[in-house]
Design a protein around this ligand. Structure first.
Ligand SMILES: [Ca+2]
Ligand SMILES: [Ca+2]
Length: 274
């Protein structure tokens, strides 16, 4: 974690011609919630198991942090992205042919219907308030909202348990809760609590050059406008840099850079608090 108010990224490789930079700077409060659930209790991985190989009654699980299940601890894990990559180093790590569990409590201010939408790589089984609501024993790549189920939320605490199976290669899922039309349900709370992320306002974005002086197409501002369809592109020679000045000092714990296909293989990131 470093304190910064200033970030400069310089790329230094001749073959790089186009750069896309989308920077997300997260602190701990205030970023608009999506309906995606990113914070879970995780337990696993369990190598060699499949979606239906567990003999104990998973429907009765109501785990708390630190509980032990099949010899492994339930631990809290906060994903930064909406699509949860279970092979992140501190989630389950790189694994194949295994299952893992994710659990969250959803606190509803009233009785109401809701839609749960899942995408998964690979198979998925889901229990809601102790009832199995989804079992999809498939080998597949992740896509958003591959499965959806209508559920009835009780007032107060509701329990959501997800079991994900990885056959091979990528491993992950997404889960979101929404109204039938996909809009956000107001007033829901979660245990573990949702990531409340904050987007730090950017005061100024400056770059070394713009491709073809095309400020409408490749303005450096587009590198940090929270829109994946726009980007900054420099002229086609090295080195090139882009600098972001922020309105306030913040703790930088992570920097995500989304490159265009012709990405830089070597670059440096500099930060400063003034
Ligand atoms: Ca894998
Ligand atoms: Ca897989």
């Amino acid at each position: 974690m470093i304190n910064t108010k200033y970030i400069q990224l310089t790329k230094n490789i001749l073959c790089t011609v186009i750069l896309l930079l989308m920077c997300s700077f997260y602190a701990k409060q205030g970023f608009a919630d999506s309906q995606y659930i990113r914070n879970w209790l995780l337990c696993g991985p369990f190598p060699g198991e499949t979606l239906f190989s567990e003999e104990s009654d998973e429907s009765k699980l109501v785990p708390s942090k630190g509980d032990i299940f099949k010899g492994k601890e339930w631990r809290k894990y906060n994903f930064v992205k909406d699509v949860l990559n279970l092979e992140e180093e501190n989630a389950f790590g790189y694994v194949d042919s295994c299952v893992g569990y994710a659990f969250v409590k959803i606190i509803s201010p009233e009785k109401q219907y809701a839609e749960l939408r899942f995408g998964s790589d690979d198979g998925i089984r889901v229990w809601f308030n102790g009832s199995e609501i989804l079992a999809n024993n498939v080998k597949r790549f992740y896509r958003v909202d591959q499965d959806s189920v209508i559920v009835f939320l009780e007032k107060g605490e509701n329990r959501l348990l997800v079991k994900i199976w990885d056959f091979y290669a990528g491993y992950g899922f997404s889960a979101r809760i929404c109204n039938f039309d996909g809009s956000e349900i107001e007033g829901l709370k979660f245990i573990p609590e949702k990531n409340n992320l904050k987007r730090i306002p950017i005061k100024r974005v400056v770059a070394s050059s713009v491709q073809g002086d095309d400020m409408e197409g490749y303005n450096p501002l587009f590198a940090a406008d929270n829109n994946m369809k726009t980007r900054w592109s420099s002229t086609h020679y090295d080195p090139q840099w882009i600098r972001l000045d922020f309105t306030e000092e913040f703790n930088l714990s992570r920097l995500d850079i989304f490159w265009e296909n012709a990405c830089s293989e070597i670059y440096s990131i500099e930060v400063s608090d003034n």
